[in-house]
Design a protein around this ligand. Structure first.
Ligand code: TXA
Ligand code: MG
Length: 330
């Protein structure tokens, strides 16, 4: 275990980007901001570096990583694009969309990073700091969210530090991220499949495809032999507190994670109230979600009651993460 490393923290800028590219080239681990959440990057073509990611996060090795690249030409070197994939890449890259595609024959991404699958997940991030690191490093960078496996994803450098200090080489601090939930993952199979709702709403993807996204089979992401979305473990994104969804009234002493300004009975007896978006804006709620969960958790509350959140736009991703946060904490 590489606990005991000295983790450097640098403000985003030329020096930080140069340090990040050098550390990646040497096989080290660098956390950096993307528009969705902070990622923990390693050289995708270096199996020892990729192994370090799994070790630092405590991540099960059957859960493959997303390869981040700077442009479509780099993406085409590692994966094959059919018509749906090309249309989605043109519409949403750079941006919060990940495509799962068949690997090319000479795909340089380490087998460990794809968990032995014949597909690879790819994304071109939009965040200027991520893009600059990819440009200077000049190769694919695998980057899961920069948190201990199973924890809430980090949306600030401080979140990364609290999970991974002593386990990674560098954190590039680019301030709080804009989107706040991870990328949408689409499997470009015969029928395009929504493997994980995320930063690009389903409806926008379906508009570009001209058809509905299919759902993964019910047992994908559990313990099935060849899960389609291996990362979609049922319990994930988990704070220590118990999470109670769709709360219509508050029990005494519960913390309230509110949405909008709607009334909820029992609020006077709440131990603490945080609002995802007082104006009921789902984009703002997504940006606040993981930070608010971490903040409530750090106060040591026993139960977080969450008001109902509409399922449109980014609401689908928010409700997905909240459901996972609620599992196994009864
Ligand atoms: O927004 C994001 O996607 C962030 C930033 C850092 O880019 N990254 C992220 O990575 O959320 P991670 O590792 O936390 O989630 C990647 C998801 C997992 O659910 C994983 O199982 C899935 O993508 N995945 C990766 N490769 C796959 C593949 N070949 N087939 C199916 N699912 C795959
Ligand atoms: Mg993650």
């Amino acid at each position: 275990m590489n606990v005991g490393l000295k983790t450097q923290i640098l403000p985003a800028g030329e020096a930080a980007v140069a340090a990040a590219a050098r550390i990646l080239a040497e096989g080290g681990l660098v956390a950096f901001p993307t528009e969705t959440v902070y990622g923990l990057g390693a050289d995708a073509t270096n199996p020892a570096a990729v192994a370090r990611i799994y070790q630092a996060k405590g991540r099960p090795a059957f859960n493959p990583l997303i390869a981040h690249v700077g442009d479509v030409a780099a993406a085409r070197k590692i994966a094959r694009f059919e018509a749906h994939a090309t249309a989605l890449a043109e519409a949403f890259w750079p941006g919060p969309l990940t495509l799962v595609l068949p690997k090319t024959e000479n795909c340089a991404v380490a087998d460990l990073a794809t968990a032995g699958l014949d597909t690879v997940a790819i994304r071109i991030p939009a965040h200027p700091v991520a893009r600059e690191i990819l440009r200077v490093f000049c190769g694919p960078v695998v980057a899961p969210s920069a948190n201990i496996s199973g924890h809430v994803s980090p949306t600030t450098a401080a979140h990364v530090q609290s999970d991974l200090a002593g386990r990674i080489d560098l954190i590039v601090d680019g301030g709080p991220v804009a989107v706040g939930v991870e990328s949408t993952v689409v499997g470009c199979f015969d029928a395009p499949m929504l493997l994980r709702p995320g930063g690009v709403p389903r409806a926008e993807i379906e508009r570009v495809l001209g058809r509905a996204l299919v759902q993964p089979p019910a047992d994908a992401g559990t313990d099935s032999v060849q899960p389609l979305a291996p990362g979609m473990l049922t319990s994930h994104y988990a704070p220590r507190a118990r999470v109670r969804l769709n709360a219509q009234r508050l029990e005494p002493g519960e913390a309230l994670l509110a949405f909008g300004l709607g009334a909820i009975s029992g609020i006077d007896a709440a131990s603490i109230v945080m609002n995802l978006s007082e104006r009921g804006d789902l984009d703002e709620a997504a940006a606040n979600l993981f930070g608010h969960l971490r903040a409530l958790d750090s106060k040591g509350v026993r139960t977080i009651a969450v008001m109902p959140i509409p399922n449109d736009g980014l609401g689908e991703a928010i409700n997905d993460r909240l459901r996972r946060a609620a599992v196994g904490r009864e």
